[in-house]
Design a protein around this ligand. Structure first.
Ligand code: HEC
Length: 154
């Protein structure tokens, strides 16, 4: 039996449309990509704070602390990006086991960004201080975590 090119192309197109259809639930769950990304940014933030804590104990240099604070600042700046918080990517749309981000991040986006900017400013202040040999190491993490991060669930 011989199939025409059109027929074969038709089959291929059909198969593609099927696989696109199949991908829909995966896409909805695709929020896992952005969730991973925002968690990864927060991991960078906490890693930086560990270096800064060492610095406060005299176990890391000014230079190391400054590099860490810059990384912290960059990661928080990247965190206040709407791209990382598409509709449906927070609790309760996503299982509490998978994300701790609360829905009010979306409904109070401006305030969320402000909380992020506050931490960014504190990081800048720390960098200036560390250059002068005395950094205040407070970054107001709670300004975000308290209102916008839910309890840990197992
Ligand atoms: C702009 C808001 C914001 C600021 C500022 C912020 N966080 Fe977060 N952080 C979040 C949100 C939202 C989550 C939850 C993300 C999720 O589960 O999807 C989170 C999660 C985390 C996590 C858990 C990551 C994981 O693997 O699940 C750590 C650790 C963390 N933050 C550390 C910090 C530290 C330390 C600071 C301050 C230096 C800080 N964060 C500042 C919003 C913020």
């Amino acid at each position: 039996m011989r199939y025409s090119v059109k027929f074969i192309l038709g089959i291929v197109a059909f198969a593609f449309s099927l696989s696109a259809f199949d991908a829909t639930p995966v896409l909805a769950d695709g929020h896992m990509m952005v969730i991973k990304e925002r968690k990864a940014l927060m991991k960078k933030v906490v890693k930086a704070t560990r270096i800064i804590k060492k610095y406060k104990k005299g176990k890391a240099s000014d230079g190391e602390a400054i590099v860490a604070a810059k990384a912290l600042r960059k990661a928080i700046n990247s965190s206040i990006d709407k791209r990382l918080y598409p509709i449906g990517s927070t609790r309760p749309d996503v299982s509490a086991k998978k994300t701790r981000a609360k829905a009010n991040i979306l409904s109070e986006w401006e305030a969320f960004v402000e909380a992020g900017k506050k931490s960014v400013k504190l990081a800048t202040k720390f960098i200036e201080g560390a250059k002068a040999g005395q950094g205040q190491a407070k970054f107001a993490c709670g300004g975000c975590h308290k209102p916008y991060r839910g309890k840990k669930v197992r």
